[in-house]
Design a protein around this ligand. Structure first.
Ligand code: C5P
Length: 220
C-alpha cells in the first residue's frame, strides 16, 4: 500500500502583499513551502510527494527540496488557476498503484504526524475521504450583503483544514468531473463519496495575512 502526498502550493497569496507567491515568502530562514515539505518528507506515513508549485517557480521548488534533503519529492508540476486544478495536475503524477492520497495546503506549514495518522487511518474502515476539523467557537450567520438572514446551529458545524486523505481512485473520479471547490473533500462529497471528519489541530492555521505568518512563525 503506497500513500502519496500532494502539496498544493500554487496560490498567489495576494492578501499577504508580498513580491512573490505565498509559498516563497520567508517563514523563519526558509520559504514557507519548506516547512510542510520537510514535515511530510519525514513522515513514515508518506511514501512520495508531488508539489503543485506556483507557475514559473518549479525550479526553485526542486532546489528547495534538494536543499532541505526532501528525497520523497518525486515531481514538481506548475499549478493551475484554481486549487482544484492544481491538485488535478499534481494527481496526474501519482502512479496508478497508489492506494491513498493525502492533499495538503502548503499555506498550513505546521502539519504534524499525529494529524496525518488521524486522517489516513479511517480509510481502512471504508471511508472515501477523511478531513481534519475543529469545532466552531463563534456564532455563524448566513448573510446577504449587510443583511443577516439567519443564525446557523454551530453544533452542526465544523471548520475544515488540511491534510485531507482520500482513496486514490475516489479522488481521481471526483476530480475528473472538472468541478471546483475550496477543498478536495467538497468534490468527493459532490460525487457521492462518504467523507468523515476527525479532530484537527489549531496549529494548522492557514497563512493568509501577515498576522497569520507572525503567529505561525512564533509556533515554529
Ligand atoms: O487560496 P488559499 O489560501 O485558499 O489556498 C489554499 C492552498 O491551495 C494554498 O496552499 C495555495 O498555495 C493552494 N493553491 C494552489 N493553486 C491555486 C490556488 C491555491 O495550489 N490556484
Amino acid at each position: 500500500m503506497s500513500t502519496w502526498a500532494i502539496l498544493a502550493a500554487a496560490g498567489s497569496g495576494e492578501r499577504l502583499g508580498a513580491d512573490r507567491p505565498k509559498a516563497f515568502v520567508a517563514l523563519g530562514e526558509l520559504p514557507l513551502l519548506a516547512t510542510s515539505m520537510e514535515r511530510l518528507d519525514e513522515s513514515d506515513w508518506i511514501d512520495a510527494i508531488v508539489v503543485a508549485a506556483p507557475p514559473g517557480w518549479e525550479e526553485p521548488s526542486i532546489l528547495l527540496a534538494e536543499e532541505i534533503g526532501a528525497g520523497k519529492v518525486s515531481a514538481v508540476v506548475p499549478g493551475g488557476a484554481t486549487r482544484a486544478e492544481s491538485v488535478r495536475l499534481a494527481l496526474a503524477e501519482v502512479p496508478d498503484d497508489a492506494v491513498a492520497v493525502l492533499v495538503h495546503d502548503a499555506a498550513r506549514p505546521l502539519v504534524g504526524d499525529e494529524v496525518v495518522g488521524r486522517v489516513l487511518t479511517p480509510l481502512a474502515e471504508g471511508w472515501d475521504g477523511v478531513v481534519p476539523a475543529l469545532a466552531v467557537a463563534d456564532t455563524v450567520k448566513r448573510v446577504d450583503g449587510d443583511l443577516v438572514l439567519e443564525t446557523l446551529d454551530r453544533g452542526d458545524l465544523v471548520a475544515v483544514q488540511t491534510p485531507q486523505a482520500f482513496l486514490a481512485d475516489t479522488l481521481r473520479r471526483a476530480l475528473a468531473g472538472g468541478g471546483d471547490a475550496t477543498d478536495c473533500a467538497g468534490l468527493v462529497e459532490a460525487a457521492g463519496g462518504r467523507v468523515r471528519w476527525v479532530e484537527g489541530d489549531p496549529r494548522l492555521l492557514k497563512v493568509t495575512t501577515k498576522a497569520d505568518l507572525e503567529r505561525v512563525s512564533a509556533w515554529l
